[in-house]
Write a protein that binds this ligand. Structure first.
Ligand code: ADP
Ligand code: MG
Length: 951
């Protein structure tokens, strides 16, 4: 065990107990409490265990030391053969109390002081830990208990004037306290009181007797509100005050005819310290109260140094009469009461009779309260006072069992807080004023800005409204323009349609023109022949006239010769003869003349007639030439127009282009693919015709057809290309057929492995298949089978396009349908969809449409019966599944085919089962062409099975 109190210094972890209130008025309230107000240890919490457990967090035992007074004269005087009843064992801090030579008892204390123990050691071991605790903010009590004359006053109150080493606990405590506090922030004040006959007297203000005791039930603090509290300036001041107090005590005792040993002296040291408060949030210590978490805290602790009256029984100290009897009663009361309380506390009794005496009330916090308490019991060595010594030791032993719960006595320093807050308020007020001023200025500025902003906003609104209006107007204009453009576009579309129609028309008119041109050339030739004939005739006639005129001249010459003869024969007979001859001659001449004249007249009339006829012929020729010129012009203009139309068509999108080109393709055979010259450019076409004619004229068709069998592939290629191009012209087709061209083409298609030859041959056959009689020939000669074979074996899209085109042309002839189907034409046609080529598919669609159309016609005319031949070969199925994914023109063909197939009741079941009915309904609603929609609706409405299916 460590020295009394010393061992526990570091182990105490007291609770912080903050009190409010600025003095000893007892009206305090807790502002910061970490624990409940001090409580007496409960009866269940064992004092014993607390004694052993020095390290209890908040519990600290009352430390008890025993001091043995040195033997004095009296001991020797009273007891000649002095025997000590006390034996101290300083090492074990034990005391042996010997009753007699054979009976003794051993007691253990926190500290034992022998006779020779110095005042300094006693102070340091007993009081200093308490003093330090007080300086840290805890209440503390140092109390001396013992028989009169055992050295209580010597230990506690010796001033040490003559010998400073004899300074008692009071002086030494104040020395330490005053040395530790700061004069600027802390204060130390004392009250010095005497308790005598249950009356509390103020030794520093002797007039104040019977000072009241106030206890704060909550905090357990004890206040003596009537007592003088004198703030210490320094140690001298304290010494003076102590001296003054002692003097007053002596005077009082003299007055009361008693001794100081009969009264209890109580020195109360009030220590007040300002502390830096730990900020609980960040753990830093600061004095700055501007932070709301920080409040100035003051530690308000009290140190009680109590020099008790002698603990001996009163009768031992002298007379017990009168006043002294009273005294003995009261002294006994306080000490008895103290003893009872100590007993109760030591035994953890639920009731502590604290209120029984003033002493126990004053010491309420010291035993079982919140103070750190050290008790020093003083004993004399003489056996004479064995029983007193024994009872003192027992008191000390019991006190050792008492456990206090120390608590920090801290209070919020409202004064400095108030001052600081006032300063803060002042500075905040000035800051507020400054801020308000700035705010006001800012407000004014902002108001100004706001006004400006409002103005600019209004302006913006105005401009915005105007802009909006303008935009709306523009929008309207745009809408109008859009509408106009849409209308124009529609018009243009219409016009395109018209133009397309016109193109077709023009194409027709061009072909007519060509026909006419041909006729014109025939006519021209006839005209020139007849003109030549007439010219020859006129020449002949003119020759005749000239002949006659020559004969006439000759006759006149003869006449003149006769006249001269007559004149030379100078006689009357001769005259007579002459006159006769002359008459005859005249007659003859007249006759001749008449004859010549009439003949000349006739000839002249004839000539005239011929001339007029010639004029007429010329007129006619001229008009013909004009007509031809006109036609040429017309044709040129048409060509120009076609070119323009093409541009327009190409501009107006792929669809129109597709339509336009498909129309051109349909009418002009096979134009693209690099094999054939297109028929769309008429100037080129005429040139081509010329070339073809020249080829025919120069080489001869039979020769070219013969060249188809050439061993030279190049020659073969050229020959087949020429034939293919020639086959585009109707007039050449008959010749080609006549010269065995078709057979040659078939054998070429069958035998050749060259792709160009395949393409060109198929193209030639396709061109020939445009013509009705040729179609029959092609089918009869096994062309359909051949084409079907090519369609299934060759994948070149250009070739397939030609083959599909050829079959598509054949499809238009209903008389050949059965054979075409038998020869696998339809199957091959549908099969070519595998190529995926749009042109091929367009031809397939056209073929199916042709087939369906002509088949429908044949059925309506009663030439055929039964369901469509297209169905078996999968055409309908393909139409249903593929119809929507193709170009507009292809769709149009398929739509038409649907319409035609739907007209035949025999097809009804197939159309329904294949799902064609849905397509038919779609066509009736969505087809781009009005006529097709009407046709589809008609087909739907006329077939009850369809109507049922739709519903
Ligand atoms: P008490 O206050 O208990 O009645 P005092 O302190 O008055 O006893 O002591 C009585 C006498 O004994 C005094 O003269 C005192 O000087 C002396 N005395 C007491 N204790 C000691 C001590 N330890 N050393 C020397 N003298 C002592
Ligand atoms: Mg004394």
């Amino acid at each position: 065990m460590a020295s009394a109190g010393g061992g526990s210094r570091g182990s105490v972890r007291p609770e912080r107990h903050v009190q409010t209130g600025r003095g000893g008025n007892g009206a305090s309230s807790s502002v910061r409490t970490k624990s409940a107000p001090p409580k007496r240890p409960s009866s269940s919490s064992s004092a014993k265990s607390s004694i052993d457990s020095d390290n209890a967090a908040d519990a600290i035992r009352v430390r008890v030391a025993v001091r043995l007074r040195p033997k004095n004269k009296e001991d020797f005087t009273d007891d000649g053969d002095f025997t000590s009843c006390v034996e101290l064992q300083t090492e074990t801090k034990k005391l042996r109390l010997k009753k007699n030579n054979w009976s003794s008892e051993m007691y253990k204390f926190d500290e034992v002081f022998t006779e020779g123990s110095s005042q300094r050691r006693v102070y340091e071991a007993v009081a200093k830990p308490v003093v330090e605790s007080v300086l840290e903010g805890y209440n503390g009590t140092v109390m001396a208990y013992g028989q009169t004359g055992t050295g209580k006053t010597y230990t506690m109150g010796h001033l040490g004037k003559s010998d400073p080493s004899e300074r008692g606990i009071m002086v030494r405590a104040l020395e330490d306290i005053l040395a530790s506090v700061s004069t600027s922030t802390d204060s130390v004040a004392i009250s010095y009181l005497q308790l005598y006959l249950e009356s509390l007297q103020d030794l520093l203000a002797p007039d104040k007797t019977n000072i009241s005791i106030v206890e704060d039930a909550k905090s357990g603090e004890v206040y003596l509100p009537g007592a003088a509290v004198v703030e210490l300036r320094d140690l001298n001041h304290f010494n003076e005050l102590l001296h003054y107090g002692e003097a007053n005590r002596y005077a009082s005792n003299t007055k009361l005819n008693t001794e100081s040993s009969r009264s209890h002296a109580i020195l109360v040291v009030h220590v007040q310290r300002s502390v830096k408060v730990k900020d609980e949030n960040d753990g830093t210590s600061t004095d700055d109260i501007s932070n709301s978490n920080n409040v100035p805290i003051i530690l308000k602790s009290k140190l009680l140094i109590v020099d008790l009256a002698g603990s001996e029984r009163i009768d031992k100290s002298g007379s017990v009469e009168g006043h002294l009897l009273e005294e003995a009663k009261f002294i006994n009361l306080s000490l008895t009461s103290l003893g009872k309380c100590i007993n109760a506390l030591a035994e953890n009794s639920p009731y502590i009779p604290t209120r029984d005496s003033k002493l126990t009330r004053i010491l309420r916090d010291s035993f079982g309260g919140t103070a750190r308490t050290s008790l020093i019991i003083t004993i004399g060595p003489s056996v004479r006072y064995y029983s007193e010594t024994s009872s003192t030791i027992m008191f000390g032993q019991r006190a050792m069992k008492i456990v206090n719960t120390v608590k920090l006595k801290e209070e919020v320093d409202y004064e400095s807080l108030y001052k600081k807050l006032e300063c803060q308020v002042d500075s905040l007020t000035s800051e507020l004023e400054r801020v308000q001023k700035i705010r006001q200025e800012e407000k004014t500025k902002m108001e100004r800005k706001l006004r400006k902003s409002e103005e600019s906003l209004a302006e913006l609104k105005r401009t915005f409204t105007m802009k909006c209006e303008n935009l709306e107007k523009k929008n309207d204009c745009m809408k109008m323009e859009m509408k106009k453009l849409t209308e124009e576009l529609n018009d243009e579309r219409e016009q395109n349609k018209l133009l397309s129609d016109k193109v077709v028309e023009m194409e027709m008119s061009l072909s007519q023109n060509k026909q006419q041109q041909l006729e014109n050339s025939k006519y021209k030739k006839a005209l020139s022949d007849s003109s030549q004939m007439y010219e020859d005739r006129i020449k002949e006639l003119l020759g005749k006239v000239e002949e006659e005129q020559a004969r006439c001249a000759y006759l006149e010459l003869e006449l003149r010769g006769a006249r001269q003869e007559v004149a030379s024969n100078d006689n009357s007979s001769k005259m007579q003869d002459y006159s006769n001859a002359k008459e005859l001659q005249n007659e003859l001449l007249h006759k001749l003349k008449e004859e010549s004249r009439s003949e000349i007249q006739q000839l002249e009339a004839k000539n005239k007639q011929l001339l007029s006829e010639k004029d007429l012929v010329y007129e006619e020729l001229k008009s013909m030439q004009e007509k031809v010129m006109q036609e040429t012009r017309h044709r040129r203009s048409l060509e120009d127009e076609i070119l323009k139309l093409k541009k327009v068509v190409s501009k107006n999108g792929a669809e129109q282009l597709e339509r336009g080109t498909s129309m051109l393709r349909t009418t002009s055979g096979f134009s693209s693919g690099g094999v054939y010259l297109p028929r769309t450019g008429k100037s080129r076409d005429s040139g081509q015709n010329d070339t073809r004619s020249k080829t025919f004229e120069g080489v001869g068709l039979s020769t070219i057809i013969a060249l188809l069998k050439s061993e030279d592939l190049d020659v073969q290629c050229h020959a087949v290309k020429v034939i293919a191009n020639c086959a585009a012209e109707d007039i050449n087709q008959a010749k080609i057929i006549e010269e065995g061209g078709l057979d040659a083409l078939f054998s070429l298609l069958e035998t050749s492995e060259n792709i160009i030859i395949h393409r060109a041959t198929a193209g030639a056959i396709a061109n020939l298949a445009m013509n009705g009689p040729n179609q029959a020939l092609i089918i009869n000669k096994g062309g359909a089978r051949l084409l079907a074979n090519v369609a299934t074996t060759i994948d070149d899209p250009q070739t397939l396009r030609m083959v599909a085109g050829a079959i598509a042309n054949l499809c238009g002839n209903e008389k050949l349908h059965v054979k075409l189907k038998e020869d696998g034409g339809i199957k091959a046609l549908v099969g070519m969809v595998r190529s995926g080529n749009a042109d091929v598919i367009a031809q397939i669609a056209r073929g199916i449409a042709n087939f369906a159309k002509s088949e429908s016609r044949a059925i309506s005319q009663g030439h055929r019966k039964g369901r469509s031949l297209l169905i078996d070969d999968g055409a309908l199925k393909w139409m249903v599944t593929s119809y929507t994914s193709f170009s507009a023109s292809t769709r149009k063909h398929i739509e038409l085919a649907f319409c035609h197939l739907s007209q035949n009741e025999e097809n009804t079941r197939d159309i329904i089962t294949t799902g064609g009915i849905k397509e038919l309904v779609r066509i009736s609603q969505e087809s781009e062409r009005d006529d097709i929609r009407i046709l589809a609706k008609k087909a739907l409405n006329s077939n009850p099975a369809f109507l049922r299916e739709i519903q």
